[in-house]
Structures are given as C-alpha cells and as structure tokens.
Design a protein around this ligand. Structure first.
Ligand SMILES: [Zn+2]
Length: 76
C-alpha cells in the first residue's frame, strides 16, 4: 500500500509546478488592467446611458461620468 502513496505524491508534484507559473502570470495581467483609465469603457462614440450621465473633457479626450451608476463611465 505504501508504494501507491508515494506514487500519488509524485503525481501531485508536477501539477503544483504547472499551476505556479500560471498564477505568476496573473499579476502581469493585473498591471495591464490597472491603467489610469480603469473603470471606463473605451468607446469610439460616447453615449449617455441615463439622465445622470454628463460629459467631461480631460486631457483632450471626452469622458462620460455618471453620478447614479459608475458603470456608465466611458472614455474615448
Ligand atoms: Zn448614467
């Protein structure tokens, strides 16, 4: 019975080494998503989605802010 236990330990080891690099890649994708404009949807044409949305001009770009729903925020 003991040899089978050793085998299960050996088979688990490769899976651990495989999951380690993929988790190490996650911070890289997080830094890519953590841009200054995070939270804004990038649109070619901005569109107000409710009556609380309003246009804001910043750094030569038009943004849409929304006081009611933050997910309405868009940028060009
Ligand atoms: Zn809105």
């Amino acid at each position: 019975m003991q040899p089978t236990q050793h085998f299960s330990l050996l088979t688990r080891l490769p899976t651990v080494t495989i999951t380690a690099p993929s988790s190490a890649l996650l911070p890289v994708s997080n830094t890519l998503a953590a841009q200054p404009n995070a939270g804004y949807k990038v649109k070619v044409r901005l569109r107000k989605r409710c009556q609380h949305c309003f246009y804001v001009r910043r750094r030569g770009r038009w943004f849409i802010e929304c006081k009611e729903k933050g997910r309405h925020k868009q940028m060009q």
